[in-house]
Design a protein around this ligand. Structure first.
Ligand SMILES: [Zn+2]
Length: 233
């Protein structure tokens, strides 16, 4: 888990997950720099993010969180749209179980990414007393699936708001790593937009090596192989 130098939470993040956002450790994709406005991000692009949400996360809540991402991504000429949003029951108590369920789902057309917005429950509040809370995750094998804790019900979230957590995870969905500065992230975003083939119906994923995953089918295959290769999942 090279992306989680702080150790504590890294040890608890299972092998394929990159974007676990918690108070200790992995909290940042880097500080903004002047490069943000110096790069050419090319023409505008839509990122189609299909949404699963637990019953307590209302559509207006999802809209507000997506709006926060769109405010952040406007500088890159990226607009997040939601082709569909479906109710969903979280698979389990632990973040590993929860994420596993999302990762195993097929990415279906026209989705470029699949994100679950989950609420907190009493079990999670207890969980938060025992260990640093995980506020979101994105898979490292393709950067196409993730989840975000969308409701504010814990002390940690006084410091990391659901909107901030959402923006953070959506940067991972563009392939951005944790870093000191955002320079690598800006370059990754510009390269991702450029890599998208003319007329293609898929915004490429990004694999663990930073290579683009050009088709939805390949993203599904790559992630399923990664899951199959993880013992104990
Ligand atoms: Zn992260």
């Amino acid at each position: 888990m090279a992306h989680h130098p702080a150790g504590g939470i890294a040890a608890r993040c299972f092998a394929i997950a990159l974007g676990c956002l918690a108070l200790s450790g992995c909290t940042s994709v880097g500080v903004q720099t002047g490069m943000r406005h110096a790069l050419d991000y090319g023409p505008r692009m839509q990122l189609r993010v299909c949404v699963l949400h637990t019953p307590d996360v209302k559509p207006a809540r999802v809209d507000a969180l997506i709006r926060a991402v769109n405010d952040e991504f406007a500088d890159y000429g990226i607009e997040v749209v939601v082709p569909w949003s479906r109710p969903w029951q979280r698979a389990g108590f632990s973040h590993e179980r929860l994420f596993d369920d999302i990762a195993r789902r097929e990415l279906e057309a026209p989705c470029d990414r699949l994100v679950a917005f989950v609420d907190r429950n009493a079990g999670d509040a207890l969980w938060g007393l025992l260990m640093p809370e995980v506020l979101g995750m994105v898979d490292e094998a393709t950067h196409t699936r993730g989840y975000v804790v969308a409701t504010r019900a814990s002390l940690n979230q006084l410091f990391v708001s659901p909107a901030k957590a959402t923006v953070h995870e959506f940067y991972h969905l563009l392939g951005c790593p944790h870093a000191e500065s955002m320079d690598a992230c800006y370059q990754r975003i510009a390269a991702l937009k450029q890599a998208r083939a003319e007329g293609a119906d898929f915004v490429p994923g990004v694999d663990g090596e930073g290579e683009f995953v050009m088709t939805r089918e390949m993203a599904n295959r790559t992630l399923h192989l990664a899951l199959a290769g993880q013992p104990g999942m």
